[in-house]
Design a protein around this ligand. Structure first.
Ligand code: ZN
Length: 146
């Protein structure tokens, strides 16, 4: 386990589309462990693999109640709307209001390759949308409302 360097806003890796993980092996487990360590070390509520320079579709989230690790996450449903303040470990010192769905349903794989479905509302919905955006090279600053 190790803490990795979090890439910052002007790093081009943050603008690339991450690739689907086709094999979950020991390297992916180490990556997940490092992502979790890095997220907690930085006091974040979520981290996507491109933020540590790895273009794979993997996210980790912990909004304070449980750790979620998701490989190849896909949005399957979005409901309602919420507007609220958002920030990002890759863009320190910046916050802004972003409108996101109130409730989302996301499917993906856990670290054992098992299908999982997560329904998130409020902050968890916001975190899932934010991290999924990272996998497509989208930053929250693209969506800030004035
Ligand atoms: Zn972010």
């Amino acid at each position: 386990m190790a803490i990795r360097i979090i890439r910052k806003e002007d790093d081009p890796v943050l603008r690339k589309k991450a690739k689907v993980v086709d094999k979950i092996d020991e390297k992916i487990h180490t990556l997940l462990d490092d992502m979790v360590d890095t997220m907690y070390d930085a006091d974040g509520v979520g981290l996507a693999a491109p933020q540590i320079g790895i273009l794979k579709r993997i996210i980790v989230i912990d909004i304070g109640d449980e750790l979620i690790e998701l490989i190849n996450p896909e949005m399957i449903e979005e409901k309602g709307k919420q507007t609220g303040a958002e920030g990002c470990l890759s863009i320190p010192g910046v916050t802004g209001d972003v409108t996101r769905p109130q409730v989302v349903t996301v499917k993906g794989l856990d670290r054992n390759g098992k299908d999982i479905v997560i329904e998130g509302k409020d902050l968890l919905a916001r975190a899932l949308c934010h991290e999924l955006d990272h996998l497509n090279g989208v930053l929250f600053t693209d969506k800030i409302e004035d």
